[in-house]
Design a protein around this ligand. Structure first.
Ligand SMILES: [Zn+2]
Ligand SMILES: [Zn+2]
Length: 253
């Protein structure tokens, strides 16, 4: 597998980080996880073409994770790529149907298939040799995290969440954990993660968690200048260490 981080930021703009999105490539097939604002342009800047993308997996429907989905579908349509399959939590079908009511000129021109998934389910996009397991995060709206397994490699993506049992229970024998880290050490927050919240979780439950590498993503502007101390605090809990992801960073898994 190969991970390409496209957007490692959030709803508030900041230099160098667009909203959420990453590609996980499995057997040469790129699967897009989340597609917030700016991600379509990051795909252009990456080693992929936007028309390569016909499979999208959404963690939740907050704007910073979905606002470029219809833009991507439109861009693909203009380049004669009209089919797309979207996996996402309950509400994804209604969300897409609502958009197509507003942008009714797209109806009949694009072929959008939506599959709603739920915590505990395992799915595999058509023709992709993998298992994707869903778990619920702790967030202000229903949000899913995913464990992606293929060919002996495993990646977990937390979606938006506090450090929590359902997501971390996906983390037995994992090569890469991509966990959100919205705010710096000591910041008081719920429904999101700070480095000390994740460290606290690992102190309590780390014996059950077996992860090679941690990559932090979903950084608010508040995290600027606090990347080093975050990595320093967290690297001890992960076999090969911890990093802060950046837009367009590629890692082999
Ligand atoms: Zn969110
Ligand atoms: Zn978010």
């Amino acid at each position: 597998m190969k991970i390409t981080f496209l957007g490692t930021g959030v709803a508030i703009p900041q230099p160098g980080r667009v909203q959420s999105g990453m590609i996980i490539e499995i057997d040469s097939k790129p699967i897009l996880f989340d597609c917030g604002g700016g991600v379509l342009n990051r795909i252009f800047e990456s080693s992929y073409d936007h028309t390569d993308i016909d499979t999208i997996v959404l963690s939740h429907l907050h704007l910073d994770h979905v606002s470029d989905v219809l833009c991507l579908i439109k861009a693909n349509w203009l380049c004669d790529k009209t089919d797309v399959t979207i996996y996402g939590p309950k509400g994804t079908q209604q969300w897409i149907s609502g958009l197509l009511e507003v942008y009714d000129y797209m109806q009949g021109n694009v072929d959008i298939s939506v599959t709603e998934v739920a915590a505990g389910e395992v799915f595999a996009p058509d023709g992709v040799n993998c298992n994707i397991t869903c778990a619920s995060g702790v967030h202000s709206v229903p949000s899913l995290g995913y464990r992606i397994e293929s060919g002996g490699a495993t990646v977990v993506y937390s979606g938006d969440t506090e450090p929590c049992g359902p997501i971390m229970n996906l983390c037995g024998d994992v090569d890469v954990l991509v966990h959100e880290c919205s705010f710096p050490i000591g910041f008081e927050v719920t429904n999101h993660t700070t480095p000390d919240m994740l460290a606290g979780y690992m102190d309590e439950h780390g014996q059950d968690i077996n992860v090679d590498r941690l990559y932090l993503t979903h950084l608010y502007p508040h995290m600027q200048g606090h990347e080093g101390e975050s990595v320093e605090l967290l690297q001890q809990y992960f076999k090969r260490g911890a990093w802060v992801a950046s837009d367009l960073l590629e890692i082999e898994v």
